[in-house]
Design a protein around this ligand. Structure first.
Ligand code: A2P
Length: 343
């Protein structure tokens, strides 16, 4: 069995560290690992499949002569914009976790459970884009329902964990909570988010756009239709909440006009979909929460209910660990499909 040389750009970050964990858990056929980060982390060690590797500084030349097969990029859009080409030129397939290439028509944007067939388009640019975390977990739920009934419109509000902003996001929430218990929350530093996140909720993720939406919201609109090869309406409100890890989403789906939703059929379609778990018993207080999803590789769904007024509308609540399902696990699942294509 062929074993692969893997590079991880952003090896010291929240997603990079999770990629090593997932590669190990799925027993990915690894020959060697090249962990890359900024000069700040060079020399630090990471471990993968029982072997220690030293982090090296990311430079244009670092991929030369290293025979890298797969390079995961997870160090921010500007880093991918500048360095992905060097990995491609050195012969690697780049699996990019940032937003930089996602809407490039030549670059496939892939959620392996939804559009695995698009992976084969990687050859055109050498790059496969990993979608936005909130989008990945949402399309896991939309795809089986679209196949069942045909979606006309989706309205979603997200409840996004601070780990979406990387380690600095998590550190900021923890620091502010410590300051709260020390009676000095008002003096606590606000840096990772536009406002204090501890004991607060911020309806603003990523940069404002001219149309009144944020960039995060527009990612959900555009990426959903690119992944699903559809053109239905999507409206998103993206909100940061003081949760360390795992994003939640309240999703309202409007199906085609003639549809009369059968909730049991919808529930069965969701339960049958790969890597989706239904947790839905309100009487017993059973529904997904961030604590349900954290450290797992599934997208959970509950509170599945028909609209009270329109027969073609369904409401549901989805939760997934966005560092794994929304980033590292999705990227590794892409790599697993890619190596099968290569055989
Ligand atoms: P470093 O730790 O050396 O700064 P997170 O999303 O958790 O904030 O992590 C971001 C990741 O991107 C880290 O691994 C970080 O490395 C890496 N990174 C940030 N800036 C650069 C850069 N200029 N060159 C290479 N890696 C970078």
């Amino acid at each position: 069995m062929k074993k692969y040389n893997i590079a991880v750009v952003g090896a010291s970050g929240a997603v990079g560290e999770e990629i090593f964990r997932v590669l190990e858990e799925v027993n990915f056929p690894i020959n060697s690992v090249l962990p890359l980060a900024s000069a700040r982390s060079a020399g630090e060690e990471i471990e993968c499949q029982g072997k220690a590797y030293e982090i090296e500084e990311l430079t244009p030349e670092v991929f030369e002569g290293r025979d890298i097969d797969i390079a995961f990029f997870s160090a921010g859009g500007s880093i991918s914009a500048k360095y992905a080409q060097y990995a491609v030129e050195a012969g690697a397939v780049v699996i990019d976790n940032t937003s930089h290439f996602r809407m490039d028509a030549k670059v496939p944007l892939v959620v392996p459970e939804v559009n695995p067939e698009d992976i084969q388009l990687w050859k055109e640019t050498g790059i496969i884009a990993n979608p936005n975390c909130s989008t990945i977990q949402m399309v896991h739920l939309l795809k089986p329902l679209h196949d069942l009934y045909g979606i006309k419109r989706v309205d979603v509000s997200t409840y996004q964990a601070v780990s979406g902003a990387g380690k600095k996001g998590m550190e900021e929430l923890v620091r502010q909570m410590q300051d709260f218990f020390a009676f000095k929350l008002n003096e606590s530093e606000v840096k990772a988010f536009a406002h204090r996140i501890a004991l607060n909720v911020i309806p603003h993720i990523d940069t404002p756009q001219e149309n009144g939406y944020t960039k995060e919201e527009m990612k959900m609109v555009k990426e959903t239709n690119k992944i699903m090869h559809t053109d239905f309406a999507v409206s998103a409100t993206c909100v940061r909440v003081p949760v360390l890890r795992s994003h939640s989403e309240s999703i309202t789906i409007t199906f085609n006009d003639n549809v009369d939703v059968d909730v049991e059929k919808a529930r069965a379609a969701l339960a049958a979909f790969e890597n989706v778990v239904v947790v839905d018993n309100l009487e017993k207080a059973e529904y997904p929460m961030p604590m349900t999803a954290t450290d797992t590789d599934e997208t959970y769904v509950g509170r599945i209910r028909k609209d009270l007024f329109a027969k073609n509308m369904l409401h549901l609540w989805g939760v997934a660990d966005q560092v794994r399902v929304g980033a590292a696990t999705n990227a590794v699942r892409i790599a697993q499909k890619w190596i099968k294509l290569e055989k």
